[in-house]
Design a protein around this ligand. Structure first.
Ligand code: NAD
Length: 431
């Protein structure tokens, strides 16, 4: 089929490359001309394992990019909206980009003969697809949903760092369409994937995405709270969660206590659901606590650091890991951001290393020293904070010997003391 994909960020680019790999003709639309140029040259605008190979394979043939909505919509049957849905000032969802993309689509659908389908893949709070996207397209096109064009909501569940694998091996595909005709056409796009499809209405599809992310975020904050209690009691929370996770009703995943969750989705999505709940007159007590625990958790790292070093003024602190998780250069809502901000506020001298994300972090902090190796950041440091679970940090050993005072505060449960020869003053965040 012929698909256009609006927005070439993580979700848009990965979806475009994967749909091309599944045999569809794909046109990416972005307002960022640089991204358009990169995609047409087969260069991924974001880092994601396996993405470059797919883009090189399909660029110029089954995968092209443009900033021209007219061309893209005229030459496709289905348009996916994959633009960003950031948090507004009060944490609730900012739909201005979705509105702008819907208006652009409406203007060109007005000129198109034949049935065009618009699928919302951006994460949007319940009722957005019908009350914002559908109504904006109707307003700008002068056409009727269900008669002249179709509308569906098809949330994306991919994990950054494993995005290609997740797209190609989904555990669920959810299609919330306004009618059967649209639902059937959108399902066709995924026909070659081995996955059952949940067919529902748009607002249920929207809610499924929020519940999925909010539940995972809740598991993490729950584990962190239990971890903080365990720490005070001298109990290893990992031993506790290992046993608790054997209960099939709970499962072992997302029970790892540590410095908290970041990224472009969990914090934003939980806050958006809180905002939506408040809008409809419900106070979401549990969801608010999930965010509160997550905001507190990085500061627990600083508390442990101060307990070891006292006043941090002039102390050299190495922060290892800047990306919000391993295998990505994405630093959005990374827990290392509040940690670095607090270290600077307390007068510390911060050195940092990340295998991929230093360039991104330079845009946030230009007053810390970035190194190209963990050894560089650790040299002469008074203490080190492990913030991201990069595999290479698991192999650190002699590098700790370069530190002035080898206090290591592990925010991700990565160091196994028995496996390292270097004598370090190790502190686990919750264990
Ligand atoms: P992103 O910010 O990385 O990319 C958005 C892209 O849209 C940018 O390239 C931007 O230039 C482009 N854009 C902005 N306005 C536009 C317009 N009017 N027309 C065309 N293009 C426009 O966003 P992302 O991380 O890919 O997320 C997109 C959506 O998917 C969000 O709703 C997000 O919550 C959701 N989501 C993200 C992930 C993830 O892991 N990143 C996973 C699942 C769902």
């Amino acid at each position: 089929m012929k698909i256009s994909i609006i927005g070439s960020g993580y979700v848009g680019t990965v979806s475009a490359a994967c749909f091309a790999e599944l045999g569809h003709e794909v046109i990416c639309i972005d307002i960022d001309e640089e991204k358009v140029r990169q995609i047409n040259a087969g260069i991924p605008p974001i880092y994601e394992e396996g993405l470059e190979e797919l883009m090189q394979k399909h660029a110029e043939h089954h995968l092209i990019a443009t900033s021209d909505y007219d061309y893209a919509v005229a030459n496709s049957d289905v348009s996916f909206i994959c633009v960003g849905t950031p948090s507004g000032d009060d944490g609730s969802i900012d739909l201005s980009i979705v509105r702008a993309a819907s208006a652009s689509l409406g203007r060109v659908i007005a000129k198109k003969d034949g049935y065009h389908i618009v699928v919302v893949k951006s994460t949007v709070v319940p009722e957005t697809t019908e009350k914002v996207v559908l109504s904006t397209i109707e307003e700008y096109s002068g056409k009727r949903a269900g008669k002249d064009f179709g509308i569906a909501m098809n949330p994306e569940f991919l994990r950054e760092g494993k995005a290609i694998y997740d797209f190609m091996h989904p555990d669920k595909i959810v299609i919330g369409a306004i009618d059967k005709r649209t639902s059937v056409i959108v399902s066709e796009l995924y026909r070659s994937l081995d996955c059952e499809i949940t067919h529902t209405n748009p607002k249920t599809a929207e809610m499924i995405k929020y519940v999925n992310n909010s539940f995972l975020a809740t598991k993490i904050s729950f584990s962190n709270e239990i971890g903080n209690i365990c720490k005070k009691l001298g109990i290893n929370t990992y031993e506790v969660m290992q046993a608790v996770g054997t209960d099939f009703r709970i499962s072992k995943s997302f029970l790892n206590s540590g410095a908290g969750f970041g990224g472009s989705c969990f914090p934003k999505d939980v806050k958006a659901l809180i905002g939506k709940a408040k809008d409809i007159g419900y106070d979401p007590i549990l969801l608010k606590s999930v965010i509160e625990v997550n905001e507190h958790q990085p500061l627990e790292m600083i508390k442990l650091l101060k307990a070891k070093l006292g006043d941090l003024t002039g102390k050299k602190i190495a922060v290892l890991g800047l990306a919000f998780k391993n295998d990505t250069d994405d630093i959005r809502e990374s827990r290392s951001i509040p940690v670095i901000a607090e270290l600077l506020r307390l007068g510390a001298d911060v050195t940092a290393y990340d295998p991929m994300a230093s360039d991104e972090m330079k845009k946030v902090f230009n007053n810390i020293t970035y190194h190209i190796s963990a050894a560089g950041a650790l040299k002469d440091a008074d203490a080190c904070l492990l913030m991201t679970e990069w595999d290479e940090f698991r192999n650190l050993d002699s590098e700790f010997g370069l530190m002035k005072d080898s206090v290591v505060i592990d925010g991700r449960h990565m160091i196994v003391l028995e496996d390292i020869e270097q004598d370090i003053d190790y502190v686990g965040l919750c264990w």
